[in-house]
Write a protein that binds this ligand. Structure first.
Ligand code: PLP
Length: 399
């Protein structure tokens, strides 16, 4: 056997695969609209690009410390301390190649074989694979529309057991855009206080992309700062600062955890690209006005795409409070047929939609909850309009 068991079990990222399939069709001359990938369509802000270019010109092009340059760790510590109202220092931070890898290293650092990690479905598709790569067991709690796809204290209480090592929160959520209120966080924190062994990973990657009300999403540390030692705060530059390709992410946590994560990073990727780190430093220092503009743009785009999608009979658009995804209930159409072929799953439905109308979306099953599509609305309104019209045509054609 050529491959190790680990590699045999591993699924490629379905979202990146779908995006690649859409690009393939585009390259073959089809007019495809892809609503798959969680990536801003606007450029990295100019001041950030200039900081990156300057770093290269200044020959800051060598290895950096595995946990990131001290200036960036200090800036991250300051930002998190301000955002969450809990004091962090540079030594509590590790920076590496995107939040995805930082999360991967966190799970490798804390999960032993057989440990359970609670995942709140629907969840970002990579969570379960990463838990399994750490030889952990995803303990999936399905959360439906009745709780706005959020875990309730009762569900949490039932899921926690002696094997639970961690729980992963993501608010605003990918794929639903739902945000836990302070009161909801408080109630969950209350339950977690009775389970002192459990580590709380808070994936805050969308926490600055809030639409209404708070500028920073409510956080478990806002309401329960005493949990600080067992919270891993995860964030990065990709989404807030339109820096997906620069690959900068970070975590703040108990020093034993960040030090172990840094060792893991030093033995795998060595360090994040130096120029990217200087660029991210500039983003943290000067791009809050840009983020504010982005927030307004996203709100306006959501209002637009949701008004277009609502024209399609039988679908339900769940209004997000942050991030840039529409979580759309298409379950009414499950079981219908497209050109004689029955669409039993949203996977089959998404495939038929791409083939017939050249619109790419991600099926809900990829996030652990069937019956939904996730659409990224990080695209211009003109394109969103065409995509919604094509979807309307597709659904109308199902029998
Ligand atoms: N967490 C969530 C929920 C995400 O959606 C993503 C990216 O799609 C990430 C983490 C990772 O972001 P990056 O690795 O680009 O920093």
């Amino acid at each position: 056997m050529l491959l190790a068991k680990r590699a045999q079990l591993l699924k490629p990222s379905p979202i990146l695969m779908l995006a690649a399939k859409a690009n393939e069709l585009k390259a073959a001359g089809h007019d495809v609209i892809s609503l798959t990938i969680g990536e801003p369509d606007w450029a990295t802000y100019d001041s950030i690009k200039e900081a990156g270019i300057k770093a290269i010109k200044d020959n800051l092009t060598k290895y950096t410390p595995p946990n990131g340059i001290p200036e960036l760790r200090k800036a991250v510590a300051e930002q998190i301390s301000t955002d969450l109202g809990v004091k962090y220092e540079a030594a509590d931070i590790t920076v590496s190649t995107g939040a995805k890898f930082v999360l991967f290293s966190a799970l490798q650092t804390i999960v032993d074989p057989g440990d359970e990690v609670i995942l709140i479905a629907p969840f970002w598709a990579s969570y379960s694979e990463m838990v399994m790569m750490a030889e952990g067991v995803p303990h999936i709690v399905k959360c439906g529309a009745d709780s706005n796809f959020k875990i309730t204290p009762d569900q949490l209480r039932k899921a926690l057991n002696p094997k639970t090592k961690a729980i992963l929160f993501n608010s605003p959520s990918n794929p639903t855009g739902m945000v836990y209120t302070r009161d909801e966080m408080k109630a969950l924190a209350q339950v977690l206080k009775d389970h002192p062994r459990v580590i709380i990973i808070s994936d805050d990657i969308y926490n600055r992309l809030m639409f209404k009300g708070d500028e920073i999403a409510p956080h478990i540390l806002h309401v329960a700062p005493e949990l600080k030692d067992r919270v891993i705060v995860l964030n990065g530059a990709s989404k807030s600062y339109a820096m997906t390709g620069w690959r900068i992410g970070w975590a703040a946590a108990h020093r034993d955890i960040v030090n172990a994560m840094s060792s893991y990073q030093s033995q795998s990727v060595s360090c994040a690209v130096g120029a990217s780190q200087y660029a991210a430093l500039s983003a943290l220092k000067s791009c809050e006005p840009d983020v504010k503009n982005t927030r307004n743009l996203l709100q306006q785009r959501f209002d637009f795409i949701s008004s277009e999608l609502k024209k399609i009979p039988g679908i339900i658009v769940h209004e997000p409070q942050g991030a840039f995804y529409v979580w759309m209930d298409v379950s009414k159409y499950l079981g219908k047929s497209c050109d004689g072929a029955k669409l039993a799953t949203t996977g089959e439905m998404a495939k038929a939609l791409l083939e017939k109308e050249k619109v790419a979306v991600v099926p809900g099953a990829e996030f652990g909850l069937e019956g939904y599509f996730r659409l990224s609305f990080a695209l211009p309104n003109e394109k969103a309009k065409i995509a919604a019209e094509r979807m309307g045509k597709f659904f109308a054609s199902l029998r």
